[in-house]
Design a protein around this ligand. Structure first.
Ligand code: NKO
Length: 202
């Protein structure tokens, strides 16, 4: 079977598994979309008081998209055009899951997973930037956006192929992540964004 026809729909389907939503529903019988920021991501799951489920959400959301890209690279070794388009499909699955009326997450953990599969060095550098901004500000959203913004630079440096499709993917992924943070941007500007591990107002 043509690896494109297999990898891309599979990536969307894997990406669209809303682990944060499912874990909170199964273990706490709550709808994560009704608490905190309303996001289905690891940060909001942890914020809702379920630290362990937050960590599990991060690992599973990153893991599903990591797997999607690894499958593409397995079916078509060295084809980074396919790998990057598969990466985009997995993130689109997470951000626009058919199961939740196309209202999904912000794509941070799923982007981390695809980057790890595409280029571990790029993932390490992007995560490093994330960590510095997070430790300085305690804003996960700001760290995610600044990490995203630097990702194309590291990707261009470390990825073995720089085709037009690869470059387009490297630019599209952070744009999507940042656009999905529009409410966080508004809260950051008005000083009402919540800092990780702190109650409102601290
Ligand atoms: O609830 O709106 P919220 O405050 O939850 O959430 C904002 C947050 C949404 O994202 C998540 C996933 C949290 C993952 C945190 C650790 C992952 C560190 C990886 C950073 C690398 C950045 C990669 C982006 C590349 C395009 O932001």
């Amino acid at each position: 079977m043509n690896p494109w026809l297999l990898s891309i729909p599979l990536a969307y389907l894997l990406g669209s598994i809303p682990f944060g939503y499912l874990l909170v529903k199964i273990f706490r019988h709550e709808d994560i979309r009704a608490t905190g920021s309303g996001n289905i991501g690891a940060t909001n799951v942890a914020r809702s008081g379920a630290k362990g489920l937050g960590i599990a959400t991060l690992l599973l959301d990153a893991g599903k998209s990591f797997l999607a890209v690894k499958i593409a690279l397995h079916l078509a070794p060295g084809n980074y055009d396919l790998a990057v388009i598969t990466a985009v499909a997995a993130i689109l699955g997470h951000v626009f899951p058919i199961w939740l009326g196309f209202r999904g997450g912000k794509g941070v953990a799923s982007a981390l997973g695809v980057i790890l599969a595409l280029s571990p060095a790029t993932a390490a550098c992007t995560f490093g930037i994330f960590l510095v901004v997070f430790l300085l500000t305690r804003y996960v959203s700001l760290a995610s956006m600044i990490g995203s913004a630097t990702f194309p630079l590291f990707g261009l440096y470390f990825l073995p192929q720089r085709t037009p499709l690869v470059i387009a993917g490297l630019i599209f992924i952070p744009l999507l992540v940042i656009v999905k943070h529009h409410q966080n941007i508004r809260r950051l500007l008005s000083g009402t964004e919540s800092r990780f591990g702190k109650k409102k107002g601290e």
